[in-house]
Design a protein around this ligand. Structure first.
Ligand SMILES: Nc1ncnc2c1ncn2[C@@H]1O[C@H](COP(=O)(O)OP(=O)(O)OP(=O)(O)O)[C@@H](O)[C@H]1O
Length: 799
């Protein structure tokens, strides 16, 4: 089959809406012997082309799917790719085999019969490294167990001895870590210290840092030496216990490739396709190039330099920008081709024009982009008559009320009618349109702002919006909005677990074992709150959701007898059995999607604790193991939740119910599209407060760019990254962040924020409202006599 024949087949079988445009066609037709870079703006069909190219390799080049690997950045995106490959690939294959595309020669027919579309190798690079290594165990070799984020951080803190190090070295160590916190303040809690040390040790691996160079005499030498020692202790402990974390996984995989021990899964690779290449880190680049070099696989990468978001995970935009030279250098062979896609199939012309205006707004950004710059995207969708909208209000309450009203009107009252500001109404799709078509995006979806020096936490827009929508009978889906410890139902459940395992006694509210266990003050007071809430629930004699043979009080008493006296059946019980025994009395965990996510997060923490906890999250019947094992689950599972060290991982999100408003971070929304997108650009910014500048108009380098500078002399990638100054990179990261947010909508883009950000004389510069690095603001036009009350000539229509 020829490429043209393949494209005709796609159109005939999948429909005319799948017809590739000429630029997409060129990407499909590009000779597989030549590495290909597709650089293109949002919504131009990069992922769609990557999938069709994978199918072309099967149907035109006769490569079996099991020899074709496609990687992307998140597990969710990887799933999406797999689904589309199967949805498109299966009917294409069936049509060919059914001869609907004309007679086939016998060889080709025999080849097609071997094709199993399910066997494409898809995933994130990490998941594929893991899969490849697990199938590549030598005789008698023990397979390292992969530890997930929470367990890895616990191991880092404990085996790396972070706390001891902080005690021994004191302020110089904390000051060094403080260089890399958002606020610039030294971390105060062990959790905060661990987060910074995690960022550092991951970098040591991902950037292939020369450790001798890192610890050589210079500023912060003692602290650097301490981080080095923590890293060594941690990696040694992982090694000796046959465990590995994600960066180690990639390093081990690369070492195997370099040692010519190519795992089976990839040893016969014929094709390697990479989506979201702009977020590749140096270690991952080595893996891709080494794979291509060793297997001779045809290489295609796609990406958008303007949408790189993951610098904090080592993403290095220069690897994408310099792809052609780097590949030519690493692989030899023909020079890679660079192709562009320009037609945007996602958004209305109004949104596309806003987007193009945004990305070209700051002249200083131009030189951070791929050179020569790729063409601007071109709108391909019809106008819906709706301009880019803005909802800016004086205070948070007003904003939440109006936004809730707007959503209610659009999705529950049949639509927002046209008026002086809107030429066309905004209506849900007649084909089952619902709130699931809208998304609320923000740099963080936290519902509360952290308290500061004794001030209590304050409510943020996501919380206020939740409250106001609930008044209108609309629910939100924002399971990452609050810390697990602050979710009332989670607190009640874990309070009941505490009461089961270590009941409070008269004169000892804490419980005997808790009182005797080293814990932070914060964890102790959270435990007390959980227990009070649990006892309040018990006192209500709650009915079980599904009728049980015993009451909640009886279940708790049964566990208490086991925990206190070793009475009852079984010699050991997993912590999760205790928890799950209590859930029939807690209806939220049965039917509410947010609570199902919380439960999954707690369950995963308990499961992950088996990687580092001495009693592997089990409760034993016989003493002294019983008390010790209870202490272990308190210390290793419950306390980390109380200390806010267990995060709700975005990968555990189920699909969101259609009737709810989904709140997401901009990072999470990468690669996704929605009919209506609300971007909270400025609801936290009432003044030009210095502590918030890093989020809108940095006056000093962001922690991660500072780290890049500090490591530049000890990593091969250093000079490439630091060609632009740290402050330039900090700005550029913000521009890319909002570019990703602004490019998600199909029909309606609504920006929300505080009104002072838009005032003519505002003193609140913000990249998202088109401020340029040089301090100029194109939305503020020169005065023409009349008294300005607002920025004139806004490119947005205010609601
Ligand atoms: N030739 C085409 N005809 C019609 N629709 C298309 C075509 N190519 C892509 N699309 C549609 O355009 C939308 C965007 O495509 P896709 O998600 O592949 O873009 P992308 O470039 O990967 O976007 P992003 O950069 O935001 O990740 C999808 O809904 C896709 O089905």
């Amino acid at each position: 089959m020829t490429v043209d024949g393949f494209v005709e087949l796609v159109v005939r079988v999948l429909g005319a809406t799948r017809r590739p445009n000429p630029e997409q066609h060129a990407c499909l037709a590009c000779n597989p012997a030549v590495p290909l870079l597709i650089a293109a703006g949002p919504g131009s069909g990069k992922t769609a082309v990557l999938i069709l190219r994978a199918l072309r390799h099967v149907l035109v080049d006769r490569v079996l799917p099991e020899r074709i690997m496609i990687t992307t950045f998140t597990r969710k995106a990887a799933k999406e790719i797999r689904t589309r490959l199967i949805e498109w690939g299966t009917p294409l294959l069936e049509a060919l085999l059914a001869d609907r595309a004309g007679p086939l020669d016998a060889d080709y027919r025999a080849f097609l019969r071997q094709v199993d579309i399910n066997r494409f190798v898809t995933g994130t690079l990490d998941s594929l490294c893991e899969e490849a290594l697990s199938g590549a165990r030598g005789p008698g070799e023990r397979l390292p167990v992969l530890v997930e984020a929470f367990a890895a951080n616990q191991l880092l803190a404990r085996r790396g001895e972070i706390y001891k190090t902080a005690e021994r070295l004191g302020q110089p160590f904390l000051d060094y870590l403080g260089l890399y916190t958002n606020t610039g303040d030294p971390p105060e809690t062990l959790g905060d210290m661990t987060r910074v040390v995690r960022m550092l040790v991951d970098r040591l691996v991902q950037d292939e840092v020369d450790l001798a160079e890192y610890v050589k005499p210079g500023p912060h030498q003692a602290a650097r030496q301490a981080v080095h020692d923590i890293f060594k202790r941690y990696t040694e402990s992982l090694r000796s216990s046959h465990q590995m974390d994600f960066p180690t996984l990639e390093r081990v995989f690369l070492e195997r490739l370099r040692a010519d021990r190519v795992p089976d899964l990839v040893s016969h690779l014929g094709v390697l396709l990479v989506d979201e290449y702009q977020d590749t880190n140096p270690l991952q680049e080595h893996i891709y190039l080494e794979l291509a070099r060793r297997t001779g696989a045809a290489l295609t990468v796609v990406g958008d330099d303007d949408q790189s978001l993951y610098r904090f995970r080592g993403a290095t935009i220069e690897l994408f920008r310099d792809f052609q030279a780097r590949v030519a250098n690493a692989l030899g062979g023909p020079a890679p081709r660079l192709l562009y896609l320009t037609d945007n199939y996602r958004s209305t012309p109004e949104i596309v024009s806003f987007l193009n205006g945004f990305i070209q707004n700051d002249p200083d950004f131009a030189s951070a982009r791929i050179q020569p710059p790729k063409p601007m995207i071109r709108a391909n969708q019809p106008s819906g008559g709706v301009p880019v909208l803005g909802m800016f209000r004086n205070n948070a309450e007003e904003r939440a009320v109006d936004l809730a009203d707007f959503l209610n009107q659009v999705f529950r009252q049949g639509g927002r009618p046209a008026d002086a500001r809107l030429a066309e109404p905004i209506r849900p799709s007649p084909h089952g349109g619902d709130l699931g078509d809208a998304v609320f995006l923000s740099h963080t979806v936290s519902e509360f702002r952290r308290g500061f020096r004794g001030t209590p936490p304050s409510e943020r827009l996501p919380w206020l919006l939740r409250q106001n929508l609930e008044k209108q009978g609309i629910l939100c889906f924002n399971p990452r909005g609050r810390a697990l410890k602050d979710i009332p139902e989670v607190g009640r459940a874990l309070g009941l677990v505490l009461e089961c395992l270590d009941a409070a006694e008269p004169g000892n509210e804490q419980g005997r074992i808790v009182a005797d266990t080293p814990l932070t003050h914060a964890a102790r007071s959270v435990f007390l709150r959980w227990r009070q809430d649990a006892r309040a629930l018990l006192a209500t004699l709650p009915p079980a959701v599904i009728p049980r043979g015993e009451s909640l009080q009886e279940v708790v008493a049964r566990w208490q007898r086991f925990a206190r006296h070793g009475q009852g059946v079984g010699t050991e019980w997993p912590l999760l059995d205790v928890l799950y025994n209590l859930l029939p009395w807690m209806p939220a965990f049965q039917d509410d999607p947010e609570h199902q996510v919380y439960l999954e997060a707690v369950s995963r923490a308990a499961a992950q604790a088996t990687a580092f906890s001495r009693h592997r999250s089990l409760i034993f019947r016989e003493e002294p193991h019983r008390t010790r094992s209870i202490r272990a689950v308190i210390q290793d599972v419950l306390a980390p939740i109380a200390d806010d060290l267990v995060e709700v991982d975005e990968d555990i999100m189920p699909s969101v119910p259609r009737g709810r408003l989904n709140l997401m971070t901009i990072h999470q929304a990468k690669g996704l599209e929605f009919p209506l997108v609300i971007v909270d650009i400025a609801s936290d910014f009432l003044s030009n407060h210095p502590k918030q500048r890093f989020r809108r108009f940095p006056d000093e380098p962001s922690p991660v760019t500072r780290l890049e500078d500090d490591l530049a002399s000890c990593t091969p990638i250093g000079p490439l990254r630091t060609a632009r100054t740290a402050i330039q990179r900090s700005f550029e990261d913000l521009i890319r962040l909002y570019y990703v947010a602004y490019s998600r909508p199909q029909s309606v883009l609504l920006l929300v924020g505080c009104l002072p950000c838009l005032r003519y004389n505002t003193t609140i510069p913000h990249v998202a409202t088109f401020w340029r690095r040089d301090g100029t603001w194109p939305w503020r036009k020169p005065l023409s006599g009349q008294r300005p009350s607002m920025a004139d000539h806004l490119p947005i229509t205010l609601l």
